[in-house]
Design a protein around this ligand. Structure first.
Ligand code: PLP
Length: 405
């Protein structure tokens, strides 16, 4: 057997959608993107969604809309807090907007941020926190909201959107968590801003793509949406579709801004995926149930994807083998590969990466993140897996890991 880690689940429906967009004569941002945005907003129970070409662009957009960082009318003293245990995109956006990145260690027995350390890191320069819904499991938003409310007296708003939020903004990296819920509320409607990824390995994919939603009661949703359109399309006062109106060639450039819009071909693929999404989530849950039942017995550490408090989107199957180090972890990964099963590691903490070392971060200051990383193995979890393949992964992983526990 040959089991890839996370192939895209594309069907004839996605192919038809893309072909239809191509044949329609309108391939870039247009009616399909607008429809995809409308359906995403409806799915997440929010008023508006903005679709862009990646989660990274969406997360960056949230910081720009908030006016954070020297590149956006903010200041280079603006600070944004991000967990050390995540993918680079959660943190790189802070650098892109010219703000100061603050990395926080994990809890000793959880992949979530150390919330006490988070609270202590908030000062008068702190503008936003980027919690990461790892593997599709929503963070402890009760705790995060309580922390930013506690520290409200330190917060100084320097833009209208910051004013509307009224405290340190919560800009969730929900790249993994499309379709997850927390206390019955959809991810996307919980944090002040949430950004989803539709990259090829994610639960719902448009090949590349992302969506941004927000939940800010004192804001004009239409105005914020319009500003996001300007930022994502060169600061041009009319988009390409509006310019096709008779005689409507003229436009203005309001700012020397960015280019990160979604195309209608991507949106058409996304619309097809969204129509199948309930089934996709269900199948992921089924596979997680089978994995959990087999691996818990062996004492392998697994995440809780489904509880009374939240429902995960079931994006990653993260496991931790008690007592092993990174060398043994590598042996297991190689043995799995020899058995034809691709695995992965989520994540090598950011302070171990060259870019973040150069910024002055040192893994010695993140002992819990390192501890979580050194014995972590992620198993294939996707909707191209057959029942037989799921059984094969279970059989091989149990057989291989048994020598180490
Ligand atoms: C995939 C991913 C991203 C980036 O998503 P893109 O759409 O590729 O920009 C950000 N954060 C996490 C945790 C991810 O896994």
């Amino acid at each position: 057997m040959k089991i890839p880690f996370s192939p895209p689940d594309m069907t004839e429906l996605e192919a038809q959608g893309a072909a239809e967009a191509i044949r329609s004569g309108w391939i870039t941002t247009g009616p399909k993107t607008k429809e995809f945005e409308r359906q995403i907003a409806e799915y997440c129970h929010v008023n508006k969604a903005v679709c862009l070409n990646s989660q990274t662009a969406c997360a960056e957009m949230a910081l720009r809309l908030l006016g954070i960082g020297a590149e956006n009318g903010g200041s280079s003293f603006d600070e944004v807090i991000v967990p050390a245990y995540t993918y680079t995109a959660s943190a790189s956006v802070v650098c892109h907007v010219g703000a100061k990145l603050v990395l926080i260690d994990s809890q000793s027995d959880s992949l979530e941020m150390d919330y006490e350390a988070l609270e202590n890191a908030i000062n008068e320069h702190t503008k936003a926190i980027i919690p990461v819904d790892l593997g599709g499991i929503p963070c402890d938003y009760d705790r995060i909201f309580a922390i930013v409310k506690n520290k409200k007296h330190l917060f100084k708003a320097t833009s209208a959107v910051q004013e509307a939020v009224g405290r340190v903004a919560i800009c969730a990296d929900a790249a993994h968590a499309f379709g997850a819920s927390w206390h019955g509320k959809m991810v996307g409607s919980i944090a002040d801003f949430s950004s989803f990824s539709f990259h090829a390995v994610k639960n719902l994919t448009t090949a590349e793509g992302g969506a941004l939603t927000w939940n800010i009661p004192r804001i004009d949703d239409g105005e914020l949406y319009h500003q996001a359109q300007l930022y994502s399309l060169h600061g041009q006062s009319k988009d390409a579709l509006a310019k096709t109106q008779l005689g409507a060639w003229e436009y203005d450039i309001i700012g020397p801004w960015y280019k990160c819009n979604m195309t209608d071909i991507m949106a058409a693929i996304g619309l097809a995926q969204l129509s199948r999404y309930e089934g996709i989530l269900e199948r992921r849950k089924e596979i997680i149930g089978r994995y959990d039942a087999a691996f818990r017995k062996l004492g392998i550490g697994v995440l809780m994807h489904y509880t009374d408090k939240y429902q995960s989107s079931g994006h990653l199957y993260i496991t931790r083998i008690p007592g092993i180090g990174s060398e043994q972890r590598q042996e297991i990964i190689v043995k799995m590969a020899e058995a034809g099963i691709a695995t992965n590691v989520h994540y090598k903490p950011l302070p171990m990466m060259t870019a973040y070392k150069k910024l002055g971060f040192d893994i010695k200051d993140y002992p819990n993140a390192y501890k979580q990383f050194k014995n972590e193995i992620t198993l294939p979890l996707h909707t191209k897996l057959t029942d037989e393949e799921v059984e094969y992964v279970i059989e091989k992983y149990c057989e291989i890991v048994e020598e180490y526990v």
